[in-house]
Design a protein around this ligand. Structure first.
Ligand code: MG
Length: 380
């Protein structure tokens, strides 16, 4: 089919292939959950009869082969012979592959397919996804460095200095137990960074309400710009109470799969910043719904990237470029091979200059996958 025909003719899906990948991280990530040395993901490839190929990413850190199996057995049959651009209809069909409330592996699996379908839609229209989404038309966006790991002081100092040397002006610090050590870390990082650098923290659910109030006080005293995931995501009442007792903006959302899991904290404006991960929260389709709902309630959007690959990062950049309530993008500096080897685009941590990152302008996601690298990085 000629490109000129693509606007009217169906773009028929002829195959869906999930590639489970697993690799060691060059630098272990250390959070309140522990130390991560290996990481997985699933690259989703959607092929069409006219030759267009879309790629997406499913967040599958710990069992990428199980996610790939889910995509092949539960989602692929619902996609074959369908028009790749009927994304909303296909999303609803995939949602019905498993019963029960929305969430978990199913929505993460759908995310990978959804991103690939948007990639196809962009390639068919010869437009970057950011433009296809309509909106703000940004060509560059603000980023912050993630993260200074939870480790010995000397290591934290070293990591902070590295980010400063690389030109970042906004940096995230990981916190964990015990509270006394966390408060010392908050103070130490502020002293080391100076007053002109913006700092925030991520606790990855480390605290109960009383501990979080205490940490919140230290963050306010030291001028931090957000307090991320202080409590477990299910503890919505705790977040509401903390909101009353903590003057630092609260950020969360990477643990929410769908909009319904975020409505309470958004509609009451408990959160100041929503951080969905596009490779977890059902891809562009569901993440955009979450971000729009956040905008309607005066809540900003700051994409979560994490130990992901270049597809998740690039998809997040496109959505960030398009929506009015975008605040800042997480620039994960783990130098995961999924970020550095998988495509022809360098990861954000290497492309950014002075905390600003360009938005790819090619059709779709604007990246070309290195299929030899996909073979090399495959989960054994
Ligand atoms: Mg986080």
């Amino acid at each position: 089919m000629k490109a000129a025909d693509m606007t009217s003719e169906p773009i028929e899906i002829v195959d869906v292939i999930a590639h489970p990948l697993q690799q060691n991280l060059p630098v272990p990530t250390v959070t309140s959950w522990g130390t991560y040395t290996t990481v997985g993901m699933v690259l989703v490839e959607v092929r069409t009869r006219c030759g267009l190929v879309g790629v997406g990413e499913t967040l599958g850190r710990f069992a990428p082969k199980a996610y790939a199996e889910l995509i092949h057995t539960a989602l692929r049959p619902r996609l074959l012979n369908q028009d790749a651009r009927d994304i909303g209809r296909l999303w609803a069909s995939m949602r019905r592959a498993l019963s029960g409330r929305s969430g978990g592996m199913l929505i993460e699996a759908i995310a990978g397919v959804d991103i690939a379908l948007w990639d196809i839609a962009g390639k068919a229209a010869k437009q970057p996804i950011a433009r296809l989404l309509g909106g703000m038309g940004r060509t560059e966006i603000d980023v912050y460095a993630a993260a200074v790991n939870w480790g010995p002081d000397e290591q934290a100092d070293r990591e902070l200095r590295r980010y400063l040397n690389e030109g970042f002006t906004k940096i995230k610090i990981k916190l964990a137990d015990p509270v006394r050590d966390a408060i010392k870390r908050v103070e130490r990082m502020r002293q080391q960074a100076g007053d002109h650098i913006s700092l925030c923290v991520d606790a990855n659910w480390a605290y109960d309400l009383d501990d979080a109030v205490e940490i919140g006080r230290a963050l306010a005293d030291n001028g931090y710009f957000w307090f991320e995931e202080p409590l477990a995501p299910e503890n919505e009442q705790g977040y509401e109470e903390l909101r009353k007792r903590c003057s630092v903006p609260l950020a969360a959302g990477e643990s929410n799969y769908t909009l319904d899991q975020a409505t309470r904290l958004l509609s009451r404006r408990t959160l100041s910043i929503l951080q969905p991960d596009i490779a977890r929260s059902g891809g562009f389709t569901e993440t955009r719904r979450m971000v729009d709902y956040a905008a309607a309630h005066g809540v900003a959007y700051a994409p979560h990237i994490g130990m992901s690959g270049i597809i998740c990062e690039t998809a997040s950049i496109h959505l960030a470029a398009a929506v009015p309530n975008f605040k800042i993008l997480e620039c994960e500096c783990d130098r995961s091979p999924f970020k550095t080897l998988l495509a022809d685009l360098e990861p954000g941590c290497l492309r950014q200059k002075n905390g600003v990152l360009d938005v790819p302008q090619g059709p779709g996601l604007g990246i070309e996958i290195d299929w030899d690298a996909v073979k090399t990085l495959r989960a054994e």
